[in-house]
Design a protein around this ligand. Sequence first.
Ligand SMILES: Nc1nc2c([nH]c(=O)n2[C@@H]2O[C@H](COP(=O)(O)OP(=O)(O)OP(=O)(O)O)[C@@H](O)[C@H]2O)c(=O)[nH]1
Length: 144
Amino acid sequence: MTAPRKHTEVAVGILVRGDDALLLSTRPEGKPYAGYWEFPGGKIEAGETVEQALRRELHEELGITIAGADVWKVTEHDYPHALVRLHWCKVTDWSGDFEMREGQSMCWQQLPLDVSPVLPGALPVLAWLAEERGLPNAVVTPAA
Ligand SMILES: Nc1nc2c([nH]c(=O)n2[C@@H]2O[C@H](COP(=O)(O)OP(=O)(O)OP(=O)(O)O)[C@@H](O)[C@H]2O)c(=O)[nH]1
C-alpha cells in the first residue's frame, strides 16, 4: 500500500472589480504550468491563516494590499507535481497599484474568458462563477 499523498494548501484570490471583471495572471517561468492563466495566490506557509497567506502572496506577486478575505469554496486537484487543496477567497477591496513583480502578465476578464489555457485546478471555480452569473457552464474556457 502506498502512503496517501500530503495536500499542499494554497490560498487563491478571486479579485472582483466594480464591473464584475475578474483578475487573471499567468504563471511565471520556471513553475509547473508556466504561462497558464490562473487566479493569483500561492502556498500557505506554516502558521499562516488563509487570509494571511493570501495577503502576503498578493503583496509579493502584485504589489497590492487586500482588506479582508473570506473563504468562499475549497477544492482539490491532483497534479503530477502536487496534490493541492485550494482555498478560494473573493476579494473586492484592496489598495495599491498593480505591479507584476514576478514578470507575469495580468488581465481583467469577464465571463466567458477570452484567455487560455487556464490551470485545470481553476476550472470548477470558473464554473461556479458562471453559474452565479446565470451563464451556462459551457462558456468556461477549458485548458488547452
Ligand atoms: N495561484 C493559483 N494556484 C493554483 C490555481 N489553480 C491551481 O490548481 N493552482 C495550484 O496551486 C499551486 C499553487 O502553487 P504556486 O506554485 O503558485 O505557489 P507559490 O507561489 O507559493 O510557489 P513557490 O513558493 O513554490 O514559488 C500550484 O500547484 C498550482 O498548480 C489558481 O487558480 N491559482
